[in-house]
Design a protein around this ligand. Structure first.
Ligand code: PMP
Length: 394
């Protein structure tokens, strides 16, 4: 019997769909990890660190040199100043940072707000802290929201707003106008904002990433979380980080200290090389991802999916209604088994998955894959989709 706070959680949909993809030798566009590795210079730096003297515990807050680089980058990129000693912390991935925020900021019965659909670790992080997650809808197909919905959801117990931009799974990048309306509300209601900016470098022209901490009055009430996972295509290293004003930083360092204590030392050392990469790396990165996005968009549209080009992230959310009008889990399972292309049902990104499944006809495809992988998915759709549809009629 699971303790009550965990009863709503079963095995993750990411693992489930990846296992299904493997069992059917399907092209796995379900889980968001690249099928290629990040730059060799980063790997070499980590290997050198293992051969050198970087194999014992790092400081709990992260290697000083890495934190110094992170602070420099945040200043250069966004004009945000943080003291690397007291305001920058390295975590074992953005996931751990999010958990530490919930444990550091919330107590039992406190409420946390976020937009729905949401990345799946948010409810679990709230449950671990004994906090209650409440959601406000982003409405498909343009993923807009009503600020009044948010205002109405705030109670005496609300402590935190979790904001994810660029947003998984929708691909939405919150505009300055939207962020301003959120900033005004959270200041009025005295909330802390935890921003999940792990896709900050995965942004497509003309969209621009604006960290919430940049807005007037927001630096000292925002914890900005990001990760090296997506930016350097090394998702398995789990090196994430957070920027926050000194007192907020103290709060999130406590759970970190008593859970993982520190992130893997040589991988942190490797990431020092990552932040020394020049602008060309980031330009190439965006250009390659624009090609991947456009390749997958063309394939999906050719086969009857209706999808908007995402403004950020490496996900396309596709409406499959014109192919089959069935719930998303049934569609995703069928596509994996009969066509050989795995995708993710969107209903798992909602608190009430059953209601979302009944109302939405959306699945998410990841394009953090080599062009050949995406083209292989295109060929499978071309060859097998008509047959699979015909078989349903027999
Ligand atoms: N936030 C979002 C929105 C994500 O999509 C992911 C990864 N899928 C994470 C956080 C987790 O990042 P990390 O691997 O650094 O823990």
């Amino acid at each position: 019997m699971l303790p009550s706070r965990w009863q709503a959680f079963s095995s993750s949909i990411f693992s489930k769909m990846s296992q299904m993809a493997a069992a059917h030798q399907a092209v796995n566009l379900a889980q968001g990890f690249p099928d290629f590795d990040g730059p060799d210079v980063i790997k070499e730096a980590a290997i050198a660190a293992i051969r050198g003297a970087f194999n014992q515990y790092a400081p709990s807050t992260g290697l000083g040199e890495l934190r110094r680089q992170l602070a420099q980058r945040q200043a250069a990129q966004y004009g945000l100043q943080y003291d690397f000693a007291t305001e920058v912390t390295v975590f074992s991935g953005a996931t751990e940072a999010i958990f530490c925020c919930m444990m550091g900021l919330c107590g039992p019965g406190d409420e946390v707000l976020t937009f729905e659909p949401f990345f799946d670790c948010y409810p679990a992080a709230c449950a671990m802290a004994g906090a209650v997650l409440k959601t406000v809808p982003l409405k498909a197909p343009d993923w807009s929201f009503a600020i009044e919905d948010l205002r109405n959801a705030i109670t005496e117990r609300t402590r935190v707003l979790i904001l994810n931009s660029p947003h998984n799974p929708s691909g939405k990048v919150f505009t300055r106008h939207e962020l301003l309306s959120l900033a005004q509300l959270v200041q009025e209601k005295n909330l802390i904002v935890v921003t999940d900016e792990v896709y900050e470098e995965l942004i497509f022209t003309p969209a621009r990433h604006l960290p919430m901490a940049r807005l007037d009055g927001m630096r000292d009430r925002t914890i900005t979380i990001s990760s090296t996972a997506k930016t350097f295509s090394l998702t398995g290293w789990k090196v994430g980080f957070a920027f926050a004003e000194k007192k907020l930083t103290e709060l999130i360092r406590i759970p970190h200290q008593y859970t993982v204590f520190c992130s893997a030392t040589p991988l942190q050392a490797g990431m020092i090389a990552a932040f020394q990469l020049g602008q060309e790396y980031f330009l190439d990165f965006r250009e390659l991802y624009t090609r991947r996005r456009d390749t997958l968009l063309a394939i999906l549209r050719r086969h009857g999916f209706v999808c908007k080009a995402p403004e950020g992230t490496y996900f396309i959310t596709a409406d499959y209604r014109s192919i089959r009008d069935v719930p998303d889990m049934e569609f995703a399972t069928w596509l994996t088994e009969k066509v050989g292309v795995a995708c993710l049902p969107i209903s798992n990104f909602y608190l009430d998955a059953a209601a979302a499944s009944a109302n939405l006809r959306l699945v998410r495809f990841a394009f953090c894959k080599q062009i050949e992988t995406l083209e292989a998915a295109g060929r499978l759709l071309q060859e097998r989709l008509p047959e699979a549809l015909a078989a349903l009629k027999n």
